[in-house]
Write a new protein. Structure first.
Length: 240
């Protein structure tokens, strides 16, 4: 009862504000997003690609997109909770580039809530965050994928391996490259630290944004080469 009492007192003396519109929202729950802003979130709903998870136009059933048919990725399936636009994009940018590490909570809780069914259907043995190169980790101060994966592991009760994957070389940020350049930028950039931890296991990768999928593909390739049985992935958002 003590944590509940402390939270109640904090709501009285330091009422939380919505992370999006900054409106005071006493008793808002763990998300700290007001009902109006939550209703406006760009939540991904069917139809979407049954492989990479990219939102599809129109209505109907989920099915593989043309890109996944012509060039199937090494991971079995990937899903994102939100479109990378509007309030979602603003929250992620503040989280990654402005040091607002506390935003991992609403972003992680939204992902845990919206992708719970996908996670349960995949039944992963391990959650593995996409690593940063040590030079970028020093400059940013934290790995956003690790912070998100810690929260997802707790919410979904799945074992977390923070340092299973290693980024072996610094690469140009994907957002600065064309799609063609992105597909080759990360080749051979990841390795598995201990193959015995992945042998015949189902692994779910965790990252913040799915852009072309090349980062997840490079990580999945390294894991499969190390003996992993299957790779899936979850991200907070999917870029257009």
């Amino acid at each position: 009862m003590l944590p509940a009492l402390l939270n109640a007192l904090l709501d009285i003396f330091l009422p939380p504000r919505c992370h999006i519109c900054r409106t005071l929202i006493p008793g808002s729950g763990p998300l700290h997003i007001c009902d109006s802003c939550y209703a406006g979130l760009p939540i991904i709903s069917p139809p979407f690609c049954s492989v990479c998870g990219i939102p599809l136009q129109g209505t109907g059933e989920c099915h593989p997109c043309g890109r996944c048919i012509t060039a199937p990725p090494p991971y079995r399936a990937a899903r994102a909770a939100l479109r990378h636009e509007g309030a979602c994009r603003d929250l992620i940018h503040a989280f990654k580039y402005r040091g607002k590490s506390q935003l991992r909570r609403p972003l992680g809780l939204l992902t845990a809530r919206l992708l719970a069914d996908f996670s349960q259907s995949c039944q992963p043995d391990l959650l593995v965050p996409v690593p940063l190169h040590r030079s970028r980790l020093r400059s940013r101060g934290f790995n956003q994928s690790v912070l998100l994966a810690e929260l997802l592991a707790k919410q979904w009760q799945i074992q977390l391996q923070r340092q299973l994957l290693q980024r072996t070389r610094a690469t140009t940020p994907q957002m600065e490259l064309t799609r063609t350049e992105r597909l080759t930028n990360l080749q051979g950039a990841f390795k598995v630290r201990d193959n015995t931890l992945v042998s015949d296991r189902r692994i779910m990768l965790v990252d913040d944004v799915f852009t072309t999928g090349s980062t997840l593909a490079a990580c999945a390739t390294a894991l499969l080469q190390a003996g992993c049985r299957e790779v899936t992935a979850v991200t907070v958002a999917h870029a257009p």
